[in-house]
Design a binder for this molecule. Structure first.
Ligand code: C2E
Ligand code: CA
Ligand code: CA
Length: 737
């Protein structure tokens, strides 16, 4: 349970650490991606913002040029479609008017710098530039595109449209916007034939001043007029009426995106730095938490290897220590020795004085062992009252035997626990791994097996592991397997030993005893296979079989009581009384005819539960007898409280009765003791007449033993009963005669 719990903690600790790192990593990735995206977006915003601005500038520029042309067109219209002009320009003496109203106007005007009047045949009537008459031919000064515009205006004059046209023309002094318009009345009427038409031409040069004006009016910084083949990303071409590119307008890009970017960038850098700092802090916190977790884990793992009560290592801790010893011994060619130690009588102390005292006893033993063990040894508590010591030694078993002796000596001394004095012993098993050639699992198994043998051989001793023990173990396993099959196959049989009334010498009952003819081995004593059944969990099935069989058989003997032996293993089961009731009902036998024989060993260990179990059985009506009285612990106090219906004096007491006075007194005292409690007494194991006489004299009312009858098959009991009947009938006949 605790191992599982610890396991989970470890997993969750490691898991949490992984999660923290995982989350931080994910966040770092997300932040990086977001940063890249934000910067990318910003860059594209910057770019498109720049592009948009350039586009806008170009549109503005184109618009400005159009406006520039439109302005000239409007001015031209004002001057050409004018009633006074329609009169004066066509009059014989109209020249002074024409000069003062057109020619003189070409100076200091922001609207036009040349004013020209030509007739329908392109012949100049008046040519003025910046207030002065201009010499030379028009074709020398203007590019031919002038006439394209002229023809356009002239063509319109023939139709209904406004007889005006505007365009760009290259001139000797640069590029000019040129407008041509028919001179006419405001209404558009003109009383002059087409071949006498006169046209007003205005020109406005794109010089530095006009360009600067455009630049400031339309907020396009650095506007410049350059040659047509000038390379620029953004420019507006200036084309003449024939579509020839005369030049280009270029400007300084304001790159508003770049400006914005430059402004935003430090802020973004700050924000990312802040986020980075945040994650750094998170990372540090996470790392610290993970470290604390790891420390907790280590502590938990260490705690998990310790036994709480004694403070010694526990089974896990011991396993780790032994693994370490075996590994190092394999290199140094030394030996690993291990002692398995089981306290004798610990359960009795626990039961008699309570768990508090039991715990104190464990601590006292742990303290004593700690002092005795060699330096560097591992000391562990591996079970309720089991300890183990492992260490590395240069020698062979000697060191372990010496240590065992010291431990047994120490435990032989009475221990003072609180106000009580308790005496415990120990059984010690010793195993060795020479030069680390035997691994932990096998080493532990050997020590455990040796300890088991030590206990079996009688307590308070030490036993070295011997390969023969494995053979024993194997034999025992084989026996267990065969016994299991025998129980399942119903191959066990029962024999019955008569119980004799001390006064009448009549058979008044029988004790059922189980028999097993083991295939290939012959009869096996119940004294061998009953303990095996008890330790292998087979005893319940076996006991149930015996009880059922005995009750069924006894039905045919109405005048007899039937005694059945019950093992502590059966008795311990809280459902035992229930299955007794069930069997009695199935066999249809009177409960009062059935006696269950129990031994006292278990009762002393569990007085409370024993009392409850006996009460339940007695409530069913069955009798309960105490078997083997006088062989073991025998405490009179218990006998009284349990309310037994009968006591059976142990065979060992009966056997020695003729040996001497003290044995005789012993038997006499024991029977007297039972009789003082008003409990009838049976003597078993009676082999001689003297024994029979003695026990009868001491007060036993029922006798059992080879002297009267050996255990026998049911048929022989039936025969005996029939013999007794006919004997009684004969006696009656005799007495009647
Ligand atoms: P137990 O209950 O004390 O049974 C009496 C034993 O003493 C029997 O041995 C019996 O054969 C033997 N015995 C009877 N009279 C004499 C005698 O005059 N001299 C000698 N030397 N021995 C005598 P058994 O049948 O070998 O049984 C041994 C023990 O095995 C029993 O001792 C009992 O504890 C146990 N046992 C036997 N049958 C069963 C059973 O069905 N269930 C349980 N749980 N235990 C059983
Ligand atoms: Ca018995
Ligand atoms: Ca007995």
């Amino acid at each position: 349970m605790s191992a599982v719990f610890r396991g989970n903690r470890q997993v969750s600790g490691r898991g949490l650490r992984a999660t923290v790192i995982g989350v931080l990593f994910s966040f770092a990735v997300i932040v990086t991606v977001v940063t890249v995206m934000v910067l990318g977006a910003l860059e594209s915003v910057t770019k498109s913002s720049n592009v948009l601005d350039e586009e806008r500038s170009r549109e503005t520029m184109s618009g400005a040029l159009k406006t520039f042309k439109a302005q000239l067109g409007a001015t031209l219209n004002d001057y050409a479609a004018w009633d006074d002009a329609a009169t004066n320009v066509y009059a014989e003496d109209g020249m002074p008017w024409t000069i003062s109203n057109y020619g003189d106007m070409s100076v200091n005007s922001t609207l036009f710098d040349m004013a020209i009047v030509v007739d329908a045949d392109r012949k100049p009537v008046m040519v003025y530039r910046e207030g002065q008459p201009m010499q030379g031919s028009l074709d020398d000064f203007f590019a031919p595109a002038l006439w394209t515009i002229f023809e356009k205006a002239k063509a319109k004059a023939g139709r209904n449209g406004s007889p005006e046209a505007v365009g760009l023309v290259s001139t000797k002094s640069g590029i000019a916007v040129v407008g041509v318009a028919l001179v006419r009345e405001k209404s558009g009427a003109l009383a002059v034939p087409a071949d006498k038409h006169r046209f007003l031409i205005f020109a406005r040069h794109l010089n530095t001043a006009t360009i600067d004006k455009l630049s400031s009016t339309y907020v396009i910084p650095g506007l410049q007029l350059v040659s047509p083949d000038f390379q620029a990303t953004y420019s507006v071409p200036i084309k003449d009426a024939d579509g020839v590119v005369l030049g280009r307008l270029i400007w300084t890009s304001r790159a508003p995106g770049d400006i914005g970017y430059a402004e935003v960038r430090p802020k973004i850098v700050q924000a990312i730095a802040l986020v980075g700092l945040f994650f750094l802090v998170l990372l540090i916190i996470g790392w610290m938490a993970a470290r604390r977790l790891r420390a907790d884990e280590t502590l938990a793992r260490e705690e998990g290897h310790r036994d709480r009560l004694s403070g010694l290592l526990n089974r896990d801790g011991l396993g780790i220590a032994i693994d370490g010893f075996v590994a190092s011994a394999a290199q140094t060619k030394r030996n690993v020795l291990i002692l398995y130690l089981d306290l004798d009588g610990f359960k009795e102390v626990n039961d008699a004085y309570g768990h508090g005292t039991g715990d104190q006893l464990i601590r006292a033993v742990a303290a004593g062992l700690t002092v005795l063990i060699p330096e560097g040894a591992a000391l562990a508590r591996i079970g309720g009252d089991e300890f183990a010591i492992a260490f590395v030694s240069d020698g062979e078993h000697a060191a372990a035997l010496q240590l065992s002796e010291q431990i047994l000596d120490f435990l032989a001394e009475p221990l003072e626990i609180g106000r009580r004095i308790v005496v415990v012993g120990a059984s010690i098993g010793i195993g060795m791994s020479p030069a680390g050639t035997i691994d932990r699992e096998e080493l532990v198994r050997r020590a455990d097996l040796a300890m088991y043998k030590a206990k079996e051989a009688g307590r308070a001793r030490m036993t070295l592991y011997d390969p023969a023990m494995d053979a024993d173990r194997e034999e025992r396993n084989a026996l267990e397997l065969d016994l299991r099959m025998a129980i399942e196959g119903g191959d066990l049989t029962l024999v019955y030993q008569p119980l004799i009334d001390a006064d009448s010498h009549e058979m008044t009952g029988v004790e059922a005893l189980v028999r097993w003819d083991r295939p290939g081995h012959g009869p096996i004593s119940p004294e061998i296979f009953i303990p095996v059944a008890e330790t292998s969990g087979l005893i319940e099935a076996l006991g149930l079989f015996v009880l059922r069989k005995a009750c069924e058989t006894a039905k045919q003997w109405p005048e007899l009581r039937i005694s059945v032996n019950v093992s502590p293993g059966q008795f311990r089961n809280p459902a035992f009384a229930d299955y007794v009731r069930y069997v009695l009902k199935q066999a249809d036998i009177e409960a009062k005819r059935v006696t269950l024989e129990v031994t006292e060993g278990y009762m002393i260990q569990n007085p409370q539960r024993t009392r409850q179990a006996i009460e339940r059985l007695k409530a069913l009506g069955v009798k309960v007898a105490l078997d083997d009285f006088g062989s073991g612990f025998s405490s009179i106090g218990y006998l009284r409280q349990f309310g037994f219906d009968r006591i059976k004096i142990d065979r060992s007491l009966v056997k020695d009765v003729m040996e001497g006075e003290s044995q005789r007194e012993m038997l006499q005292a024991t029977v007297a003791l039972a009789r003082s409690l008003d409990i009838p007494v049976t003597a078993e194991g009676i082999e001689t007449e003297q024994q029979a006489v003695a026990v009868r004299m001491f007060g036993c009312d029922t006798l059992q033993g080879y002297f009267f009858a050996r255990p026998m098959p049911a048929e022989q009991i039936t025969e005996r009963l029939m013999d007794a009947r006919s004997r009684r009938m004969a006696e009656r006949r005799n007495s009647a005669a």
